[in-house]
Design a binder for this molecule. Structure first.
Ligand SMILES: Nc1ncnc2c1ncn2[C@@H]1O[C@H](COP(=O)(O)OP(=O)(O)OP(=O)(O)O)[C@@H](O)[C@H]1O
Length: 232
């Protein structure tokens, strides 16, 4: 099993009251699959990603990635885990505005122990001809493709995408989904996608549904369709 989550909890204390952002969540994920994570606003999706990605710490429970317990790692090992294992893609791209497209992707490659070739990845995502431009010169769809390149160039085992199509029009969203599917097929990357667009679950191998910090459903998708076939 690639990822094993056992009784994971995260509690935010707000004065006297506390919010159980994650409440005893348990599941297992296989390597090389695509998963969607759905649930209402505030159900714990981003909190789960932050812990799986080593950006935040749990208050209870355990997370294993490749048999390594990330919940037991000290800060140094956790940042090594984040660097070597995880790529992130966000709704609003989060590119570095002062760097060109090429430099954005290169700076990510330089962090990795085993990076892919920057030009190969820029070509793969279709922004090769924009490589000397700055993020503000690109459309949202192009910026998201650069953000995917930045995640992929690290050659991570896991890519976490938080609403990757949330700020994009239909055609750009479809391109981004196709690209995530290509990455999954070409490199065997495990991909998790937080989304409010339920149609995206049709291209996933399984879907996790959160509600009020609890995992209320884990459904396999035996009728997976291609990103190209996904419509809404
Ligand atoms: N840093 C924080 N301090 C206090 N409460 C927080 C913090 N981060 C998240 N929460 C709370 O934890 C709960 C889960 O939040 P989270 O962002 O994980 O939900 P989400 O499902 O990703 O929501 P959305 O779809 O709106 O992004 C919410 O009630 C939220 O208000």
């Amino acid at each position: 099993m690639f990822i094993k989550v056992e009784n994971l909890s995260k509690i935010y204390k707000m004065g006297q009251s506390e919010i159980r952002a994650l409440d005893e969540v348990s599941f297992e994920l296989e390597r090389g699959k695509i998963y969607t994570v759905i649930g209402p606003s505030g159900s714990g999706k981003t909190t789960l990603f932050n812990i799986l990605g080593g950006l935040d710490r749990a208050d209870g429970g355990r997370v294993f990635v490749d048999d390594k317990e990330i919940t037991a790692m000290d800060q140094k090992r956790l940042s090594e885990y984040r660097r070597d294992y995880v790529g992130f893609v966000f709704q609003f791209f989060n590119l570095i505005n002062g760097l060109t497209v090429y430099e954005n992707v290169l700076s990510s490659a330089q962090l990795s122990k085993n990076p892919l070739d920057v030009d190969m990845v820029l070509k793969m995502v279709g922004v090769e001809s924009e490589k000397d431009k700055f993020p503000f010169e690109l459309s949202g769809g192009q910026q998201q493709r650069v953000a995917i390149a930045r995640a992929v160039v690290k050659n991570p085992a896991l890519i976490l995408c938080d609403e990757p199509t949330g700020a994009l029009d239909y055609d750009s969203s479809k391109l981004v989904l196709k690209l995530l599917e290509d990455v999954n097929k070409k490199f065997g990357t495990t991909i998790l996608i937080i989304t409010h667009n339920l149609a995206i679950s049709k291209m996933a191998d399984a879907t996790l549904r959160l509600r009020s910090g609890k995992l209320v459903e884990f459904s396999e998708n035996p009728h997976k369709i291609s990103a190209q076939e996904v419509t809404w």
